[in-house]
Design a protein around this ligand. Sequence first.
Ligand code: SF4
Length: 242
Amino acid sequence: MSDENHLIRYSVITEKNPREIVLLRGNGCKWRRCKFCDYHLDFNLNPQLNYELNAKVLEYVTGRFKHLEVINSGSFSDLDQNTMNLIKEICVKKEITHLYFECHWNDRHYIQGAKKELNDLGITLKIKGGVETFDMKYRESVFCKGIDTESPEEMAKYYDQVCLLFGVTGQTQLSMENDLETGLKYFNRVCVNIMVNNSTQIKPDKQVISIFTDKIYPKYKKNSRVDILLNNTDFGVGGKNE
Ligand code: SF4
């Protein structure tokens, strides 16, 4: 299912943690400064238009795996209230037991309330945070991610899962393995995204990507707690359906 911009917004992930996944639209990431990201351009300030689009996307959800991942550019707190209500209604109706949302560090104070609300409905909410790397100096100087702690323990108070971004100049086999191992130590799941060409200044570094594909990917590809997106549309959403 795609929208007026031809973005594919519904897909199914059958490997590892099988789940349905939807790419919804909110009023936009409030951080918007990550230097590698042009994903935050998918937003609209009109909540009614967002709701209408999101409702159409959510119609595709069947509940077949009982797990639903909802992503949008930014944090789940950027979604309008009607969309949030509809997500809850669909989860209850389709007997979805696990819901996954994304959240920027600055919006972490919304997590506890959302987990409680969903828990009261019998739904376990898991939060995915884009950490990109645990090397704070690199993360904030190169990526400008906006996470003001270097402590994975502190991050794990809010995040159940983390996303890492590999394939950028300056990263090494050691740095990427450290990030993966830290992610696996403190969080339930790790999602590795490999940098792809987009409209930003950060470009994929072919040499770093080769190190990842030759030396690291074979070690982790079968790990059921690690998702690896060699292309950022590998989950089936976000690509263009022309
Ligand atoms: S927080 Fe997410 S959506 Fe916002 S700029 Fe960073 S990567 Fe993009």
